[in-house]
Design a binder for this molecule. Structure first.
Ligand SMILES: [Zn+2]
Ligand SMILES: [Zn+2]
Length: 244
């Protein structure tokens, strides 16, 4: 196995563990929950920058004719699985217990979020197929929202009355989906010209439609500033490692 593949899988595993850690924050009080919102704000900015400045240009290079359509498709795919089939879903702690009184809803959320996390993994795998720079940057973008993502998954299970064990198992499931996404890309690298723009659309959706609304719910400038800081960190890394 080439070293880049091994690295991609190791980082995919780390991202999956962050999902589980996010669940532990909720069920085991492993960490200060209030730090989560800064991860959401930073992650929103960093992911937005990664999608627009890194993943888009590379996608365009691979297939300029189809990339715009695949990007839009990736965006709409997450809209479909997270917000069309599921009547109630948002990032952050689920406190609307009444929204989950109908039996199978938490499993639908798990399935919807699982498709999104599958593409988190596809994004990391695709990145490493292009360059180690792109792989690392996408990994960081994914990693920043993985803890809030696991937290969200676990809180949906708890709000549905499923208990701590089921909540943790659900975070394991969405984590495994991410790892599977990385492995799929490494097994089928010829799919890169299609997978990268779709993953870019997914990343754009998660940044703008899942994370930014959570940032905007908080009053004051601190959270809003976190988004700019996230973009600034990405641009700073580009300056240092790529010379812009
Ligand atoms: Zn809710
Ligand atoms: Zn994700």
């Amino acid at each position: 196995m080439p070293p880049a593949y091994r690295l991609a899988l190791a980082l995919g595993l780390l991202a999956a563990l962050a999902n589980i850690f996010g669940g532990l924050v909720l069920t085991g009080r492993a960490w200060e929950r209030r730090y989560l919102r800064y991860f959401v704000a930073l992650g929103a900015g960093f992911m937005l920058g990664t999608a627009l400045l890194e993943m888009l240009p590379e996608s365009w290079k691979l297939d300029p004719a189809r990339a715009p359509f695949l990007l839009l498709g990736g965006y709409l795919l997450v809209h479909l699985v997270e917000h069309s089939f599921i009547p109630h879903f948002h990032f952050g702690e689920e406190t609307h217990a009444g929204a989950f009184s109908h039996g199978h809803l938490p499993l639908s959320v798990m399935a919807g979020l699982g498709i999104h996390t599958l593409f988190d993994g596809v994004a990391i795998g695709s990145g490493f197929l292009v360059s180690s720079w792109l792989g690392w940057i996408i990994f960081l973008a994914v990693f920043m929202h993985k803890i809030p993502e696991g937290f969200t998954m676990a809180s949906v299970m708890l709000a549905a009355g499923r208990g701590h064990r089921a909540a943790l198992l659900a975070t394991v499931a969405i984590g495994v989906a991410s790892l599977l996404g990385v492995a799929l890309m490494l097994l089928f690298p010829l799919g890169l010209p299609q997978a990268l723009p779709v993953a870019a659309g997914v990343t754009l959706y998660v940044a703008t439609t899942d994370l930014v609304p959570e940032v905007n719910r908080e009053p004051g400038i601190r959270m809003a500033a976190g988004v700019f800081l996230g973009v600034a960190i990405l641009v700073g890394l580009r300056l240092v490692f790529q010379g812009l």
